[in-house]
Design a protein around this ligand. Structure first.
Ligand SMILES: CC(=O)N[C@H]1[C@@H](OP(=O)(O)OP(=O)(O)OC[C@H]2O[C@@H](n3ccc(=O)[nH]c3=O)[C@H](O)[C@@H]2O)O[C@H](CO)[C@@H](O)[C@@H]1O
Ligand SMILES: C=C(OP(=O)(O)O)C(=O)O
Length: 442
């Protein structure tokens, strides 16, 4: 059983929260440490479930990990990397998508990898065909096994010319983590270029890798024989920051997000401002607040970077229920990311979902049976309801709707939120939220 939150809504969330290293970078930088011949130090590591999962998996593979209790900095020593038991890997893989990124580093370190079936948010099919195609192009042999896949490279990994059909974040990282120590040159076209990918490239460059990002989504990697360690401060979590921004707007509050970085959030900040949210952008963070007037409806289309990040979509949609008129959200990254709107409708929101593409961003989901466009009419008064947290961002979105709503809501399954939001109940408390948490049995 998981924890239950009882939320008494109607209180503006106001105060200060801090964001640390990005969920979408930290676990991957931890995996990169396996490529080095020396220990690495990763700073700004948040206490979230995805970090715990990767820490356990790395330990099973012989990586010695110590943590500075004061700062949380992690030291990762891969000198004794070894094969782990499949049953142990399965038991520790948790609800994360990161295990698939162990392939290249484990093959380089110990010649083989077993990758358990993946977790992550159920917001679409989330196949791993690009990952497996990439690995095969490097010369890896992929075998389906019960509970996962087994990968080996009898002749080692060799650089390749690779083209991704869609700029997948994970598949781009798969290429980076496999190609840095592969023999020869890799040229990747159609790459994703999210800030977390650029930060991973920075980590790899510190280790001695030769990687250049060229124009038109092309990344060129010259394989090197060996890599050293790195010392790196992870970039801040822009997705958590955007979530708190939406929380401020939905609850008519005022939240300073310490650590939020303007450079990586420009598209979000433009959207937030057009919606009518107040912004104060400072060097040490960003203040997001409700200015008191009406909010303006918007048309938002999610896209790969530098477009509007899909992980911002769910919390922002809750803010759109408070805008004065009709808004449209066209989700072009995941085919099934509007399931969470059902609970919002039960809380009083007016949201319709459609199969058609309501927008102009090229989308893979048009003319297919995917409800991937939403029409939201506002403003509505939200009222409390009971719900089960469906996924990370959907769950956070339900919570902020419940904090804005009149009356009481009861949220089950809230532990999912720990996968990407550090100490979220402590943060909510510091923002003045009114709730009780009853811890379920593990
Ligand atoms: C841990 C992490 O960093 N997660 C992020 C990462 O997920 P993740 O790396 O899983 O997302 P991708 O960018 O790979 O997925 C984008 C799209 O490509 C499709 N696809 C992907 C791989 C593949 O082999 N085949 C395939 O069809 C997916 O189903 C999806 O429709 O990027 C997403 C898009 O910015 C974010 O929402 C996630 O928060
Ligand atoms: C979809 C997300 O994450 P993951 O890829 O870890 O499931 C997310 O962070 O919103």
């Amino acid at each position: 059983m998981s924890s239950v939150l009882t939320i008494r809504g109607g209180v503006p969330l106001s105060g200060r929260v801090a964001v640390r290293g990005a969920k979408n970078l930290v676990p991957k930088a931890m995996v990169a440490s396996l490529l080095g011949d020396e220990p690495s130090v990763l700073r700004n590591v948040p206490e979230i479930k995805d970090v715990e999962v990767v820490r356990n998996l790395l330990r099973l593979h012989g990586v010695e990990i110590s943590q500075d209790p004061a700062t949380g900095d992690l030291t990762l020593d891969p000198s004794n990397a070894r094969t782990a038991h499949v049953a142990d890997i399965d038991a520790h893989a948790g609800d994360s998508r990161i295990p698939i990124l162990f392939c290249g580093p484990l093959i380089h370190a110990i010649g083989e990898a077993f990758i358990p079936d993946l977790g992550g948010c159920r917001i679409g099919d989330r196949p791993i065909d690009y990952h497996l195609g990439v690995l095969r192009q490097f010369g890896a042999v992929v075998d389906k096994r019960p509970g996962g896949i087994s990968i080996s490279a009898p002749k080692g990994l060799k650089g390749a010319k690779i083209s991704l059909p869609y700029p997948s974040v994970g598949a781009t990282e798969q290429v980076l983590l496999s190609a840095t120590k592969a023999e020869g040159i890799t040229e990747l076209t159609g790459a994703a270029t999210e800030p977390e990918i650029v930060d991973l490239i920075a980590v790899l460059q510190k280790m001695g890798a030769l990687i250049s990002i060229q124009s038109d989504r092309t990344i060129r990697i010259e394989g090197v024989r060996s890599l050293g360690g790195f010392t790196h401060t992870a970039l801040p979590d822009r997705n958590e920051a955007a979530s708190w921004a939406s929380a401020a707007l939905v609850t008519k509050g005022d939240i300073f997000v310490e650590g939020a970085l303007q450079r990586d959030m420009m598209t979000f900040l433009n959207t937030f401002r057009k919606l009518g949210g107040g912004l104060e952008i400072r060097d040490d963070g960003i203040r997001f607040y409700h200015r008191g007037g009406k909010l303006s409806p918007l048309v938002v289309e999610t896209d790969v970077h530098p477009g509007f990040m899909t992980d911002w979509q769910q919390p922002l949609l809750v803010a759109l229920t408070q805008a004065d008129g009709v808004s449209i959200v066209h989700e072009t990254v995941y085919e099934n990311r509007f399931g969470f709107t059902e609970a919002l409708r039960r809380m009083g929101a007016t949201i319709q979902v459609h199969r058609e593409c309501l927008g102009s961003v090229p989308c893979r989901f048009g003319q297919r049976n995917f409800l991937h466009s939403a029409v939201i009419s506002g403003p509505v008064s939200l009222h409390g309801a009971d719900f089960n947290v469906p996924d990370l961002r959907g769950g956070f979105s339900h919570l902020i709707a419940a904090f804005a709503a009149q009356g009481t809501s009861r949220a089950t399954g809230v532990d999912v939120i720990k996968r990407g939001y550090e100490h979220f109940t402590d943060k909510l408390e510091s923002l003045g939220a009114d709730f009780d948490l009853s811890e379920g049995a593990a």
